[in-house]
Design a protein around this ligand. Structure first.
Ligand code: NDP
Length: 344
C-alpha cells in the first residue's frame, strides 16, 4: 500500500489534568507486513481510564509511557493486506494497536472477531476487556450471594454498568452511583439497578444511608476519593470491596488518598484489588458467558462513539476522564471499508 498512517503520541508527561497539548499527532509511513504478519486498518479505538496513569513516570504494573511514544490502546479493525493464512484480507480482529490508523498483527497478537455475531465494537467493551473486568471482579472476587446489597460506582460506565447487571443476575439488591440525573435514570430504568444515586447531589450521603439500612455487603469500586469515603462507613461487618479503579485520582498531581482506613478495620472489610490483564486465561469464559446474556437481552450497554477520526482522540479521552462520556467511550477511527462492509 505504501501510504501514510496517522498516530497520536504523548508529547510529554502531563502536569495534573491532561490537556490536548499533552499529545502530538503526526503522519507516519504505513507499515508493510512481513512474513506471518497482516496489516490492519483500525475501525474503532477504545479510550480507557488506565491510559492516564500510564502517562505518569511512576512505578506501576506496566512500563510508563515515554515522551514521543504512541498512546497504547485496544482496537478493532479489518485486515487489508496479509501474509498470514489465518488472517485473510477482510477478517475483523481485536488487537492492541494503540492510537494509530494502521498497524501490524500476527495470529498470536490478534483475536478474530465474528462480525456476523455482533457489532465489532463490542469486542472493545462488553465482549472484551471491560466485560472480563466486570465478570472477574464481581463474580470471581466479590462472589455475591442472593439478597446481598451491592454498591457500584461509575455505574453508567463500561465496567460499572455490566457489574450491576451481573449482580442482578445473581439476585442481589444493587445500588449504583453515577454523575447526574440523566445517567442515574439510565442506570435504574434501562440497566435495571434497584436504585441509583447522583454523587453530585447535595443529599448524596443522606440518601446513601437511607438506602443501605442493612449495610453494604459488596462495594465494586471504580472511582475512589470522596465517594469511597462516603461509602466506607456504610460497609457491613465482613463486607468485601472489589477495588477495580480509582479514576478520581488519575488526573491529580497529589493523590486524594484513603481517609476512611479505620472503617475497614472496624468492620473487618476485605479488599480485593486486581488488574484484569493478569488474568488473561479468564477472558474467554467470561466473554462467552457475557455474549449469551447480551444475546438474550439480560446484559445491556451503551456506547459513546466519538467521531472525527484519530485527531479527535485526545478530546474524547479527556471527556471520558472528566465524566462527560455516557457509556463506553470509543472513537471511530475510520468508517467500514466499501469492500468489506460487514460488521457495520
Ligand atoms: P467509565 O465508562 O466508567 O468512564 C469513566 C467514568 O468515571 C466517568 O464517566 C465518570 O462517571 C467517572 N468519573 C470520572 N472522574 C470521576 C470523579 N472524579 N469522581 C467520580 N466519578 C468520576 O470507564 P470504565 O468503565 O472503562 O472504567 C471504570 C473504572 O474501572 C476505572 O477506574 C478504570 O481504571 C477501572 N478499570 C479497571 C480495570 C482493572 O483491571 N482493574 C480494567 C478496566 C477498568 P460519572 O459521570 O458517573 O461520575
Amino acid at each position: 500500500m505504501g501510504e501514510g498512517s496517522l498516530r497520536v503520541a504523548m508529547r510529554d508527561h502531563p502536569q495534573g489534568q491532561v490537556t490536548e497539548g499533552d499529545f502530538l499527532i503526526e503522519e507516519t509511513a504505513r507499515p508493510v507486513p512481513g512474513p506471518g504478519q497482516a496489516l490492519v486498518r483500525v475501525r474503532y479505538l477504545s479510550l480507557d481510564p488506565y491510559m492516564r496513569p500510564m502517562m505518569n513516570p511512576v512505578r506501576s504494573y506496566v512500563e510508563p509511557l515515554k515522551p514521543g511514544q504512541t498512546m497504547p490502546g485496544a482496537t478493532v479493525g479489518e485486515v487489508v493486506e496479509s501474509n498470514e493464512d489465518a488472517l485473510p484480507v477482510g477478517t475483523h480482529v481485536a488487537c492492541m494497536l494503540g492510537w494509530q490508523e494502521y498497524g501490524l498483527v500476527t495470529k498470536e497478537t490478534a483475536r478474530i472477531v465474528d462480525a456476523d455475531a455482533a457489532d465489532i465494537s463490542l469486542a472493545l467493551h462488553v465482549l472484551g476487556m471491560t466485560g472480563a473486568t466486570a465478570h472477574y471482579g464481581l463474580l470471581r472476587l466479590g462472589d455475591p450471594e442472593p439478597g446481598e446489597t451491592v454498591v457500584v460506582t461509575a455505574a453508567s460506565g463500561a465496567v460499572g454498568g455490566i457489574v450491576g447487571q451481573l449482580a442482578k443476575i445473581r439476585g442481589c439488591r444493587v445500588i449504583g452511583i453515577a454523575g447526574g440525573p440523566e445517567k442515574c435514570r439510565y442506570v435504574k430504568e434501562e440497566l435495571g439497578f434497584d436504585e441509583c444515586l447522583d454523587h453530585r447531589a447535595d443529599d448524596f450521603e443522606q440518601r446513601l444511608s437511607e438506602l443501605t439500612p442493612d449495610w453494604v455487603d459488596i462495594l465494586f469500586e471504580n472511582v475512589g476519593g470522596p465517594i469511597l469515603d462516603a461509602i466506607l462507613p456504610r460497609m457491613n461487618d465482613h463486607g468485601r470491596i472489589v477495588l477495580c479503579g480509582n479514576i478520581s485520582d488519575y488526573d491529580r498531581d497529589e493523590p486524594y488518598g484513603l481517609k476512611g482506613l479505620s472503617h475497614l478495620l472496624l468492620h473487618r472489610v476485605n479488599v480485593y484489588s486486581f488488574v484484569i490483564a493478569d488474568h488473561r486465561e479468564y477472558w474467554p469464559q467470561a466473554i462467552a458467558e457475557l455474549a449469551g446474556w447480551v444475546k438474550d437481552g439480560r446484559i445491556r450497554f451503551r456506547e459513546d462513539i466519538a467521531q472525527g477520526g484519530l485527531e479527535g482522540a485526545p478530546a474524547a479521552f479527556i471527556n471520558m476522564l472528566t465524566g462527560r462520556n455516557f457509556g463506553k467511550q470509543l472513537l471511530e477511527v475510520a468508517p467500514a471499508s466499501v469492500d468489506h462492509p460487514a460488521g457495520n
